[in-house]
Design a protein around this ligand. Structure first.
Ligand code: M3P
Ligand code: FE
Length: 306
């Protein structure tokens, strides 16, 4: 078994203020595929190269932001084991029955010291990536927009970063790949449950439960530039980029959905193995850590959250 415990960020539920505009943005611009819509009006989407039925759920609401981030775990036994661990850690734990989200098994939902809601689940219906499982072709025809391959990670803002880092490391078995420190204070943390440079990141912020961005994977720098072209072509609100991060080395561009939620599309971080040591960035190098080319902090990027 190559990976046990938590497998990956499996879904994120994003609040949007106008579902029609949001659908156009996430399907026509990012190129996610709509795979369902439920009787509450929630819309289910996936990246073309994802196997499970959905990875993004859009829910219409008065305010933008993130309802919850869900992680897929290896199997039911792992789900029970990790449910006990997050409870022992001190989280409020609640069970959401199978089918509450279409195509998804039972979810174990818990809160965190930074005020975010997370969930774990072991089962989700298989949809496939359209290429089949025997002698598959290399990519799907007919994709539109940025053609994102898959949902990758979220960056969340909250107060007790140390507490949520401890929860992910100690109860859920994540590794700390990179961190930013200001003296003894950890101001940002990048955590992985896999071979990726991060599956979730946290930044210290006075308010609890804030959402900085959801990120989607592209295959190349050329595709990041093409995303930049599409952002101009469709007058999408640009945040920053194309550029590179020092932290994680990702090549990236950030922009906003019509409700003001930040999206990132990126390519190319590095391969993490659990025996690698944590990388530390110091506050005096923060500009370079965040934007490797500009080496300047950007108030909009750091300050705007939903
Ligand atoms: C990323 C990434 C910040 C760094 C963000 C990095 C806000 O989003 O995907 O590597 O400091
Ligand atoms: Fe990111």
């Amino acid at each position: 078994m190559s990976q046990s415990g938590v497998l990956r960020p499996g879904h994120v539920c994003i609040r949007v203020m106008d579902m029609d505009e949001a659908k156009t943005h996430y399907t026509q611009r990012l190129g996610l595929l709509q795979t369902d819509e439920d009787d509450q009006g929630r819309v289910y989407l996936k990246g073309w190269d994802e196997q499970d039925w959905f990875s993004v759920v859009l829910r219409e609401a008065d305010q933008p932001g993130m309802d919850f981030m869900g992680f897929k775990v290896r199997d039911e036994a792992t789900l029970e084991d990790l449910a006990a661990k997050v409870k022992a850690f001190g989280c409020n734990v609640e069970r959401v029955p199978a089918g509450e989200l279409n195509h998804c098994g039972e979810r174990v939902r818990f809160d965190s010291p930074t005020g975010h809601m997370f969930e774990l689940y072991a089962e989700k219906d298989w949809k496939g990536n359209g290429l089949g499982l025997e002698n598959p072709d290399a990519w799907q025809e007919g994709l539109v927009g940025m053609q994102v391959a898959r949902y990758d990670h979220c960056l969340l803002y909250g107060d007790d970063v140390d507490g949520t880092v401890k929860l992910f490391r100690e109860a859920l078995g994540f590794d700390l790949t990179e961190r930013v420190v200001d003296g003894d204070l950890m101001i940002a943390a990048f955590l992985t449950c896999s071979n990726k440079a991060h599956d979730i990141a946290l930044v210290r912020h006075e308010e609890k439960g804030k959402f900085h961005h959801a990120s989607f994977l592209l295959n190349s720098w050329e595709e990041v530039l093409r995303a930049a072209d599409l952002i101009s072509m469709h007058d999408i609100s640009l945040d920053i980029g194309p550029t590179r991060h020092g932290i994680t080395r990702g090549r990236t561009i950030y922009f906003f959905d019509p409700s003001g939620n930040r999206n990132e599309v990126f390519c190319g971080d590095y391969t993490w193995y659990p025996d690698h040591p944590t990388i530390t960035w110091t506050a005096d190098n923060l500009g370079k850590a965040i934007f490797y080319h500009d080496r300047q902090l950007n108030e909009n990027f750091l300050g705007v959250v939903t």
